[in-house]
Ligand binder design. Structure first.
Ligand code: WTA
Length: 631
């Protein structure tokens, strides 16, 4: 994989037609205005949306880094994502077009979406869900997943979505942290022609974490599953009850009230519950989506991520709806039954904006050009990339074979914590393959050294954000101290992203990758600590270390070093068993690429595993400063 940034790369310029039709034609001017007076900029964006009561203060920084936005303001993200569209011509516009992996399809106008969400919101209320509760959602990519998220938001409950590719322990740990009483799941989902047994996994997770009182199950596949009397209910039964009226008032929320919690991997220990709010997150996702994807009334937009990750929360569910856009969602695998599945759907539905990950692009690229060339992709207008650095080779393929050199690629850098895009081109930005280009409006991004001083052009350093923004995380659930130390501890007044980057002579930012113990596998975010604790939960394992190493297709792959308990035999069968065990506990995406049995691990004198040394050794690179290594 060619991942070395070519900072002198030639520019790719957008066509005159794209420039002429773009919402923002002069990035520099608006950027300057936005950072000179960010509060005025954000107030103007917030004023484009509906509020039951306007805010008293745009930004309250009196308790930094616990920043608050639009304090005193009252709204609900649903007021803007659904309710306001019912009063306009958007009422009968399609909000969601969905296709299942077997080829079934369903569509929902804004009117229909409101009906489904309201009915389900009433069901949740009747099950005792109240404002401030956290409901856990563990579902395949089907419309009911979107309804469930929106229904929670509508009644003021927080949702905690657990990605459907996660497994027992990952789900149990998240249920436990959130103390959820209600779980929404399905009898399964289709993936690569097979059923993912979500309910079976949910059953095992519920037996480990018995906080769940009601489990709502959507019938997706029809396969027979276990239903526990008094705990498990079918979704279709509940929404047929008289209680499930299609009228449900939207709960007025304080701008700073929690909208959702989304668990993500951090440097150490358990996943962190990242908190986002109704007010700031709404304004931020609305604005970034509108400007970066330059959204037009007639667009058909497809974000191919899963709603279970932040990309899906912000840019499948909330931002497109707030903007009154039409979104497409697909349930299954990109190459099922054949590698033309995606291109076939682009043609069939007339997709105009496609947003996906470098891993997906590399995966489809490997099947060659003919699969894409079979289809009419002329509806495409813009492309997007997210989740990991895009290598120039994949960028060029995406640009040439999919976009026919007509469609600019929006390489968006951001994080679960940032809520929305932070560094990204606009359609008018001259592009360099592999660079996310420049910070968006109101965002001051820089690359600094250990002391917090900007590094010279082209030099590697820490990626930081120098001012607060409305979409930022507010805290880590139940752990404000960790929020403060993790993101603001190093420099005090700058947000530390956890990525390394370079800024070139043109001010373009090239993100290199994580500098902590987070591994991006196929764009999915995992922590070494989670993989290690899954390994040591196996009876044969005494100690384990996990690292990420470069992988041609996945970006990074997980490699593990394991010390077995005394008397346990090292063999290939056990290595395979351990890989499966990690898959069962966390999920197939966390299954290690390779397991090596060792007798010791490099550690500091204080007992911390030196993953950096393991990584260097595995790649045959210099091991660097070993002064803290225990003999
Ligand atoms: C990485 C995903 C390079 C980065 C939205 C970040 C990227 C982490 C890009 C956050 C990009 C995301 N170029 N790297 N365009 N987008 N990343 O929380 O390392 O799942 O810190 O959010 O993904 O991952 P997360």
């Amino acid at each position: 994989m060619d991942s070395s940034p070519n900072q002198d790369a030639e520019f790719f310029y957008p066509s005159q037609q794209i420039v002429d039709n773009a919402i923002i034609q002069d990035y520099e001017a608006l950027y300057k205005q936005s950072v000179d007076d960010p509060q005025a900029f954000w107030a103007a964006r917030a004023n484009e949306l509906e509020w039951a009561k306007k805010w008293d203060k745009v930004l309250d920084d009196s308790k930094a880094p616990f920043y608050k936005w639009f304090t005193g303001g009252v709204t609900n993200i649903i007021t803007n994502a659904i309710d306001r569209h019912l009063k306009t011509a958007h009422k009968n516009k399609l909000a969601l077009i969905w296709e299942g992996e077997p080829g079934d399809s369903r569509t929902f106008s804004y009117f229909a979406l409101n009906r489904e969400v309201s009915k389900f919101a009433n069901v949740l209320k009747s099950l005792g869900v109240r404002k401030g509760d956290i409901v856990t959602i563990y579902m395949p990519r089907i419309p009911e997943m979107v309804f469930a998220m929106l229904a929670c938001a509508k009644i003021g409950a927080g949702h905690s979505v657990v990605y459907g590719g996660f497994s027992v322990e990952a789900l149990a740990a998240r249920i436990e942290d959130a103390q959820s009483k209600v779980l929404i799941t399905a009898d399964g989902g289709w993936m690569r022609g097979k059923i993912v047994n979500l309910k079976e996994i949910a059953d095992e997770a519920m037996s480990r974490q018995p906080t769940i009182e009601s489990c709502i199950v959507v019938k997706r596949t029809g396969q027979s599953i276990y239903m526990e009397a008094g705990r498990d209910y079918w979704y279709h039964d509940l929404i047929s009850l008289p209680i499930a009226s299609p009228n449900c008032p939207t709960e007025p929320m304080d701008a700073e009230d929690m909208l959702f919690i989304l668990y993500t991997s951090g440097t150490t220990g358990r996943p962190k519950g990242i908190i986002h709010t109704h007010g700031g997150y709404m304004v931020y996702t609305y604005t970034t989506f509108k400007y970066v994807f330059d959204i037009k009334e007639e667009d058909r937009y497809w974000c191919a991520a899963d709603p279970g990750w932040i990309t899906g929360h912000s840019y499948i569910v909330y931002a497109p709806l707030i903007n009154g856009a039409t979104s497409f969602m697909y349930e299954g695998a990109p190459n099922h039954p054949y590698p033309n599945r995606w291109w076939q759907m682009v043609e069939k539905y007339g997709i105009s904006i496609l947003y996906t990950s470098p891993t997906a692009i590399r995966g489809l690229m490997r099947f060659g050009n003919a699969w894409a060339n079979r289809h009419d992709l002329s509806s495409l207008r813009l492309l997007g990339s997210v989740g990991e650095p895009i290598n120039p080779e994949a960028w060029r393929w995406y640009y040439t074979v999919i976009g026919k050199e007509r469609c600019p690629i929006m390489d968006t850098w951001w994080q679960t914590e940032t809520g929305g895009f932070m560094i990204s081109p606009l359609p008018v930005t001259p592009l360099k393959p592999g660079s996310a280009t420049k910070p968006l409006f109101g965002i001051i991004a820089d690359v600094v050294n250990e002391e917090g001083h900007p590094v010279a052009a082209g030099e590697e350093g820490y990626l930081v954000i120098k001012a607060p923004w409305p979409g930022m995380l507010r805290t880590i659930y139940k752990d404000p101290e960790r929020y403060q130390t993790q993101y603001w501890g190093k420099y005090g007044n700058m947000y530390q992203a956890g990525d390394s980057a370079r800024k070139d002579k043109d001010g373009y930012i090239w993100v290199i990758g994580r500098i902590d113990d987070v591994i991006k596998v196929s764009g999915y975010r995992l922590g070494t600590a989670e993989v290690e604790s899954a390994l040591v939960s196996h009876p044969s394992v005494a100690e384990a270390a996990a690292i990420g190493l470069p992988h041609e297709l996945k970006g990074n792959a997980i490699y593990c070093y394991v010390i077995l308990k005394a008397g346990v035999d090292k063999n290939d069968k056990l290595a395979e068993e351990l890989r499966q065990h990690v898959g069962h506990e966390i999920g197939p995406i966390a299954r290690p690429e390779h397991i090596t049995f060792v007798d010791s691990l490099p550690k500091t004198r204080s007992g911390k595993i030196m993953r950096r040394v393991l990584k260097a050794r595995a790649q045959g690179l210099p091991e660097g400063d070993l002064s803290t290594l225990e003999e």
